[in-house]
Design a protein around this ligand. Structure first.
Ligand code: KG4
Ligand code: ZN
Length: 333
């Protein structure tokens, strides 16, 4: 079995996966969302402190199975360095104590593996990655070589949901909150402009939209609940339109056989529906992860670790370092 360790942001998680059957033998995640909610976003110092206890709590639950582990896969990039350090230190300590090899996993590549938890990787593959820290479109060829096609030049898609929820005086994470509010709102009420509309630039930008929403909120009466619902619905529609509008341009120059949406914000059902329509129109098959495994989790890290193990991609104790940022262009999956 491969042990997967994830601590890149505000979720502490461990998983055990069998290398041959891909059976997820153990999976647990302790989320810190409630603790960060009162601050309207992740507080790094608090995240770091909570990881140190949560990871050890979960480790206790797999103690009887430690002898069955063949290798340890750990997220070492990208993420908050004060959070990554907890998982990486646990991985190194276990590797020394149990004499086990280490496998470094890029968190974003981990999200791609959430599509293949119980199956073999499908290539070639187009990927829309929408998380709290990243918004990007990737093209992965038959050999697993990753090419970056587009990314956000400012806020990420998920981050813009977090910021809008905060401006509306709701908690964190904002994505699920806005999606829920939007269900009872009128998406036509506020006519927000879709970013980069009419431009040929293959990139994303959410900060202008966030400012449009801020100006609309400033004009609202604080007790006007219906207007908050309408803002949520209008914002969600415009943010998703921006994603799809740029994807249409990308689909014009690249015919994807398989396309996918991964990352925490890929749980958004409105976004899923809009991209389903686009893929259907282009005769592209769409791959989606189970909703439970869209957000950060160690199951996807263990699954990526299984492939790393089979390819013999081990890293020495000294070489295993953490990196707050990462460049996926030219990465080999
Ligand atoms: O991948 P993830 O769990 O953590 C990072 O690696 O960043 O993504 C978290 C992000 C947060 O910004 C959260 O608000 C967003 O994903 N998110 C959503 C939804 N669920 C989570 N955004 C929009 N709609 C959702 N349903
Ligand atoms: Zn993530």
């Amino acid at each position: 079995m491969i042990l997967g360790i994830e601590s890149s942001c505000d979720d502490s998680s461990l998983a055990l996966m069998k290398t041959e059957s891909l059976e997820l033998v153990f999976y647990q995640k302790i989320s810190q969302e409630k603790e960060h909610a009162k601050y309207g976003g992740v507080v790094p110092e608090l995240a770091a402190r909570l990881h140190t206890t949560a990871l050890v709590e979960i480790l206790k639950n797999i103690k009887p199975r430690l002898k069955e582990i063949k290798a340890i896969a750990v997220t070492n990039e990208p993420g908050l360095s004060v959070s990554l350090i907890s998982g990486v230190t646990m991985a190194k300590s276990l590797s020394v104590a149990l004499n086990l090899p280490l496998i470094a996993i890029n968190h974003l590549i981990g999200h791609i593996y959430s599509l293949f938890l119980d199956k073999e990787l499908v290539l070639p593959l187009g990927v829309l990655l929408v998380s709290g820290g990243h918004t990007m479109v990737l093209d992965i060829d038959d050999s697993g070589l990753v090419k970056l096609i587009a990314k956000s030049t400012d806020d990420s898609f998920g981050e813009s949901f977090d910021k809008v929820a905060k401006m509306l005086s709701y908690g964190y994470p904002g994505g699920p909150i806005i999606e829920k509010l939007a269900k009872s709102g009128d998406s036509k009420r506020f006519d927000f402009t879709v970013p980069l509309k009419g431009s040929n630039r293959l990139e994303y930008s959410f900060s202008g939209l966030k400012n449009q929403v801020r100006i609309a909120i400033e004009k609202l009466d604080k007790d006007d609940y219906q207007s908050k619902l309408d803002i949520a619905a209008s914002f969600q529609k415009t943010a998703c339109n921006h994603i799809v509008d740029r994807l249409k341009k990308i689909f014009e120059i690249k015919q994807f056989k398989n396309f996918s949406i991964v990352g925490g914000a890929s749980a958004n059902l409105y976004l899923r529906e809009e991209i389903e329509k686009l893929c259907h129109h282009n005769r592209t098959s769409l791959l989606l992860a189970p909703l439970e495994f869209c957000s950060d989790n160690a199951a996807m890290i263990a699954r990526a670790g299984v492939d790393g193990y089979k390819k013999g991609r081990f890293i020495s104790f000294e070489e295993l370092q953490l990196h707050p940022t990462s460049d996926l262009n030219h990465f080999e999956i």
